[in-house]
Structure formats: C-alpha cells, structure tokens
Design a protein around this ligand. Sequence first.
Ligand SMILES: Nc1nc2c(ncn2[C@@H]2O[C@H](COP(=O)(O)OP(=O)(O)OP(=O)(O)O)[C@@H](O)[C@H]2O)c(=O)[nH]1
Length: 236
Amino acid sequence: MKEEDVEIAIKVVVVGNGAVGKSSMIQRYCKGIFTNDYKKTIGVDFLERQIEVDCEDVRLMLWDTAGQEEFDAITKAYYRGAQACVLVFSTVDRDSFKAVESWKSKVENECGTIHMALVQNKIDLVDEALVTREEADDLAKRLRLRFYRTSVKEDCNVSDVFQYLARKYIDQLNEPEVTVNKVEPAASCQKNSETPTKLTHLNKTSQPTNNGNISLHQPKQSKRGKKSLVKGCMLL
Ligand SMILES: Nc1nc2c(ncn2[C@@H]2O[C@H](COP(=O)(O)OP(=O)(O)OP(=O)(O)O)[C@@H](O)[C@H]2O)c(=O)[nH]1
C-alpha cells in the first residue's frame, strides 16, 4: 500500500429533531452553501469532507439523519460504527432542546459511548429564542458535552464543531487507554490546543460498510508542517 493511500476516516452522525438545521450544517461545512429552503431528509444522507488535523489527513464522513420519529428504524441502523456524534437543537424550537437527551440515548444504544458535541443552531434568531442561555449551558454541563452555539446561516462556528470531534478522535487514537467518556467542560466555540500525533490510519479506498463499520490499517508517517487544506467534498 502506498503511503499516500492511507488516512484517518471518521464516521460522524448528526442527529436532532426535524428542521433544527442538520442538513444545512453538513451542506455548509462540506459544500460551503446555505439555502433557506426546507427539504425534509428522508432516511439518511451522506457527505464527506477532508481536512487536516495536526498536519494529518482526516476524512470526515458526515451522516445526515432524518429528525422525524417515523424514520427512527431506518436511521438507527446508520448510527452503527460511528465514532462521533453531533447533537443539534434549535434556538427557536423548545421541543428540539427537550429532545436532546433522547437523541443521545438513541445513538448510545447503537454505538456505545462515542465523542459527542452539543450544538445550539440558529443563534442568528436569538431575538426569538425559546431556550435560555443558562438552560443550554446547564444541559451541556449535565451531559458533560462540549457545547457550541452556531448559525449555519451566518456560517458561525460550524467548522469548530467538526474540528473538535476530529481532534478528540485523534487524541483517542494516540492514547488508547484514555476513556471516551471523560468529563468535558461546557464551552462554546473554543479551539483546542495542538497535541502531538501518532496515528492509526484507514485505507483511503475503504468505504463505510452497510452499517458504517470501518476497518483499521497501518499508520503512515506524519506530514507535519503542511498548511490546513480542504481537499474536497462528495455527495453520494
Ligand atoms: N435562521 C436560520 N435558519 C436555519 C439555520 N440553519 C438551518 N436553517 C433553516 O432551517 C430549516 C431546516 O433546515 P434543515 O437543515 O433542512 O433541517 P434538518 O434538521 O436537516 O431537518 P430534517 O431533515 O427534517 O431532519 C431550513 O429552512 C434552513 O434554511 C440557521 O442557522 N439560521
């Protein structure tokens, strides 16, 4: 296998009630676009983006799941094999805030304990907010999740969420003895400090299997010193 053919791949599931902005968030991150149109996700969708973390190629496979309960049976099959999860609620939808714990449980039932971030989207609509800042902070603290406030519309803080999850996963690869469910300070929009890497990689040609499981391959050499670069996105 050639050195350039290996990389880290991370499966990330994005969950939360309908219309909180999951599809918009993934589209914004992978394609750099935003639309005001609402098109309900039927089942699941998939986009990917390649980033660099500590000069290492990381392929983020972002699974966009339907927010409506009617699709639960379909979507939960796609949670399997995920290494990270984004729990999204909307500033202007109180029910979506109340549903966060239930989404967390649904994912954990399929995946066990994985890296998660809590996201309050649509902060551009803060004047119409139905969730107070304190309530959101308290929830993040109680669930021990890193907390981000985003506006997909204004392109605010979106990439920080995925960067954080990628880094957490890489840190886990570096220190396999560290448990995933350690206490996270509730913080919004903070970048993490750089850490050294010694990584396990995935074959670039490997695709997620039906249930999203991914097999591990040999590590390659670090490419330290390279600039961060978005290499491409793909709609399947
Ligand atoms: N004002 C504002 N609107 C947003 C934002 N993000 C998404 N929206 C809008 O919210 C609506 C729903 O967005 P989607 O991304 O389709 O929501 P979803 O969570 O994927 O919905 P489901 O597919 O039903 O699960 C769309 O009209 C978006 O344009 C945001 O940050 N601010």
